[in-house]
Design a protein around this ligand. Sequence first.
Ligand SMILES: Cc1cc2nc3c(=O)[nH]c(=O)nc-3n(C[C@H](O)[C@H](O)[C@H](O)COP(=O)(O)O)c2cc1C
Length: 191
Amino acid sequence: MPKRSIPPQRGFFPQPVYLMGCFLENGKPNFTLVTWTTFCSAEPPMLMFTSGNARRKRTAMRILETGLFSANLVTTPMVEVADYCGNASGYKTDKCLDTGLSWSRGAVLDVPILDDSPWVFECSVTKTTDIGNGTVYFGEIRNILVDQRLTDSSYGKIDLLSVNPAIYSPTSYYSVGARIYTVGDSLKKYR
Ligand SMILES: Cc1cc2nc3c(=O)[nH]c(=O)nc-3n(C[C@H](O)[C@H](O)[C@H](O)COP(=O)(O)O)c2cc1C
């Protein structure tokens, strides 16, 4: 496959879509859309996300203060509301009021949980690292709240298609397609 060089840029990556939630100083919840996120430790289970221009975002600033956040998986029916939470600032408006987002309290941590999200991580911040013009937040997963309709929530058994997560790639949201391959099957062919 012949290639050409293009300038370094954040460019193209398919990314998961999460709404990171926290309680503000006035006790109200605030959610922001984050796509720069992934797992970063299996033991203890941890995830990380990056806040670009961290100092200017309300959720990121508040998470620095409280050390707590929820990471709510966004599904395809949630995309429109999630997009609003990624384009409106919690400094200027009450996003939950604007959208009618329904939320509850975490089971283990003092974080807001989105009722429509089928998979929610309750996290406590263990560390932050400033990098480039952003800040990476490392969160220990202290609890996971899972939709009771998911019959098997164990590792590797989750039915991704029924969870129906949204995927982001600049500048659109997508749903997942068909399952294409099983991890490790290549060993049967090439080893
Ligand atoms: C598709 C999409 C992806 C985004 N991903 C991130 C991200 O990974 N990290 C981040 O800091 N902001 C991201 N944002 C921007 C924030 O969601 C946005 O700045 C938001 O308004 C911040 O809200 P807040 O001030 O209430 O925290 C994204 C926005 C969109 C629309």
